[in-house]
Design a protein around this ligand. Structure first.
Ligand code: FMN
Length: 210
């Protein structure tokens, strides 16, 4: 049996195939159906799920702001930098912009593990959103002044870490396995499909014990 088949059998017998499909669908989406808002209840549910995640020493330093009011969302959009690798594209046009945002903050200055906590929370929100038919893009490239202006004095004692731009995806994104040493930059084809190369299993395993 080849390596691929062994891997497939292992996923099949452990019930991981459905979960892998979810992770595969859980891509960075940057174009959305702006006319399909997610609803405040759904956004609150995502934060309620995130607060149950693992946290170093269970310190739980993260705080969350939901930005879904149209004027505030438009202001926040102005402080975001989209897809550095897509040089010809300056971000989603009107009608394709995120309908809401969740901003993840650190309470005070981030500690040693705060970014790790943030990643765990962000990916959990991403998976939950994907499971429900929504999608998001995590953005660390943003103007903190704009974030502070939008969130107001509630953000005074907080440090913005990551902006999650959410909506119902209006684009297709596919994963590809990158050849060893190949360029890992994501790209968009003439058919408008977004392609994301990922390193092969053999290229990320450093010691498999075999
Ligand atoms: C911590 C972090 C910060 C990111 N910041 C940005 C960003 O500022 N702007 C953006 O367009 N995408 C951003 N992304 C999305 C990445 O570009 C994306 O994850 C990568 O291209 C791989 O695509 P995938 O998420 O579909 O696997 C960020 C992702 C992560 C995890």
């Amino acid at each position: 049996m080849g390596d691929r088949e062994t891997l497939r059998q292992a996923k099949l017998s452990s019930g991981l195939l459905d979960f892998e499909d979810l992770v595969r669908a859980c891509r960075s989406y940057r174009r959305f159906r702006a006319d399909e808002p997610l609803g405040r209840g759904f956004l609150l549910a995502l934060v309620d799920i995130a607060r149950k995640c693992a946290s170093a020493a269970n310190r739980q330093p993260l705080r969350y702001a939901i930005v879904d009011e149209p004027a505030a969302a438009a202001e926040l959009f102005g402080g975001l930098r989209w897809a550095a690798a897509l040089k010809e594209w300056s971000g989603p046009v009107e009608g394709e912009r995120p309908s809401a945002y969740i901003v993840i903050f650190a309470d005070g200055e981030p500690g040693n593990f705060t970014w790790c906590d943030c990643g765990i929370a962000a990916q959990t929100i991403a998976l939950a959103a994907t499971e429900a038919g929504a999608g998001l893009c995590m953005l660390a490239s943003f103007d903190p002044k704009v974030v502070r202006a939008v969130v107001g004095e509630a953000a005074d004692a907080l440090t913005p870490l990551l902006v999650l731009a959410l909506g119902v995806p209006a684009e297709t994104s596919v994963l590809e396995t990158a050849a060893s040493g190949a360029d890992l930059a994501y790209w968009r084809g003439p058919d408008d499909v977004h392609h994301v190369p990922k390193r092969a299993l053999a290229d990320v395993l450093v010691a498999s014990g075999e």
